[in-house]
Design a binder for this molecule. Structure first.
Ligand code: PLP
Length: 443
């Protein structure tokens, strides 16, 4: 019996329309930017295995770090215990994070790093004696994860709608989605006027606002929306002006994906709380980290038990995950990884720009190691099908037939390879994308 037949008998996959889904890809090994299937196909991993892989699959240095750690200590609870890998990772993170982020709270994945941020911000204000500060201000098109708190702060969308009764209310402000400007303006002449909506929200909420939460510079699952850095600078300014915490969800953008180690660097800002996961372990193992300033940490520092942050997971700070994260950060130092991302960004910009002329292409957006193409049904009206547009699965099948693994977000096709992709591999992938999109019938 093949792996796919056995899988179909018992396994339930995420985000899968069960009756109409194509069979899952039986992946048996990976090396560099390639994945290998049971039936002998070699696929270029064009989405870095859900945005986590940065140094390539089965990297010898990372493999070795895990093997070494497994010989020493595979796991220990993190309440009341510590271990060298967690301490070293915290030291290394604090050394490279935006200034002021000094404390690392570990969890298990991106969503839990967000849950931790939401709970920390809530209790921060209680501990500070301002319990009425409870409302989160988030942005349209946001995606922060699939757990209940993370869904609450995300956009009201197909991802969250069935769970609406479980979610807490938030106030949502405009995102700087320049191709579909919420104010109908043009980026060439606007003054990031869309920030006014965030200001209005904060002014209206006054003393009931707890925090602003954003995905800095690149809103991922909401459509690969690339921001002007001025918007991010404005978010920090307004958070200060209205005295609320700024939470940067860098689960996707952290560790070089936007060309800087952290996306906050594009606007030279530092948040009060940052959420990290995905590439934190170079895509090897699940690990989350929510890092905060001493000002946030100090609000919990007390002899009074009621001020304690009562949150922890069985696998918090798993030593194997911490060890591979340490090894990944060492690679950043040794291999000029950000230069690699810079070269990839330039190649994506020049390689994808001509696609703008195609009849089905509305917009092309590039930042760091991400290139996105927004497909439209009508260039004039910018009409498009959105996330559930069947063009996504159709195109995914066409890319797969050519040996390229992509997973469009409906009408948003994006390419986000591991940073180790070579120039010729990236050129090949861009060629496949251009050919498949170029073959779409004119609208
Ligand atoms: N935050 C952002 C910005 C994300 O892109 C994601 C996942 O795509 C998450 C949080 C959730 O991370 P995880 O899938 O590890 O729970």
């Amino acid at each position: 019996m093949s792996l796919v037949d056995r899988d179909r008998a018992h396994v339930w996959h995420p985000y899968t329309q069960m009756r109409t889904a194509p069979p899952p890809l039986p992946i048996v090994s990976g090396k560099g930017v390639y994945l290998h299937t049971e039936d002998g196909r070699r696929l270029l991993d064009g989405i870095s295995s859900w945005w986590v892989n940065i140094h390539g699959h089965s990297h010898p240095r990372l493999n070795e770090a895990i093997a070494r750690q497994a010989q020493q200590l595979e796991h220990v609870m993190f309440a009341g215990c510590t271990h060298p890998a967690a301490v070293e990772l915290a030291e290394r993170l604090v050394a490279v994070l935006p200034p002021g982020l000094q404390r690392v709270f570990y969890s298990d994945n991106g969503s839990t790093s967000v849950e931790v941020a939401v709970k920390l911000a809530t209790q921060y204000w209680i501990n500070k004696g301002e319990p009425e500060r409870r409302v989160f201000v988030t942005l349209h098109h946001a995606y922060h994860g699939d757990t209940v708190g993370a869904m609450s702060v995300s956009e009201d969308s197909v991802f969250t709608r069935a769970f609406a009764p479980l979610l807490f209310p938030v106030v949502r402000a405009h995102a700087p989605y320049c191709y579909r400007c919420p104010l109908g303006l043009d980026r060439a002449s606007c003054n990031v006027d869309c920030l006014g909506d965030l200001e209005r929200a904060l002014r209206t909420l006054g003393g009931s606002a707890a925090a602003v939460m954003v995905e800095p510079m690149l809103q991922g699952a909401g459509g690969m929306i690339v921001w002007p850095a001025e918007f991010l600078a404005g978010v920090r300014r307004l958070s200060d002006q209205y005295g609320v915490l700024l939470i940067a969800d860098e689960v996707l953008t952290g560790f070089g994906r936007t060309g800087r180690l952290f996306a906050c660097e594009h606007a030279a800002i530092a948040p009060d709380i940052i959420c990290l996961s995905k590439a934190l372990t170079a895509g090897y193992l699940p690990l989350g980290a929510t890092c905060v300033t001493n000002a946030v940490y100090d609000a919990f520092l007390s002899d009074d038990h009621s001020r304690t942050f009562f949150h922890g997971h069985s696998f918090t700070a798993n030593p194997l995950a911490c060890a591979v994260a340490v090894a990944s950060l060492a690679l950043f130092e040794e291999e000029a990884v950000l230069d690699r991302v810079g070269r990839l960004e330039r190649q994506l910009m020049s390689g994808l720009a001509p696609l703008r002329e195609l009849p089905a292409v509305g917009d092309v957006r590039v930042i760091g190691g991400v290139g996105a193409i927004e497909l439209v049904t009508d260039k004039g009206t910018r009409g498009a099908g959105g996330y559930l547009d069947q063009i996504g699965p159709r195109l995914a099948a066409a890319f797969l037939a050519r040996g390229l693994l992509l997973r469009p977000l409906g009408n948003i096709v994006y390419f986000m390879p591991p940073y180790v992709i070579s120039e010729s591999e990236a050129a090949w992938a861009i060629e496949q994308i251009a050919a498949v999109i170029g073959a779409l019938a004119p609208a």
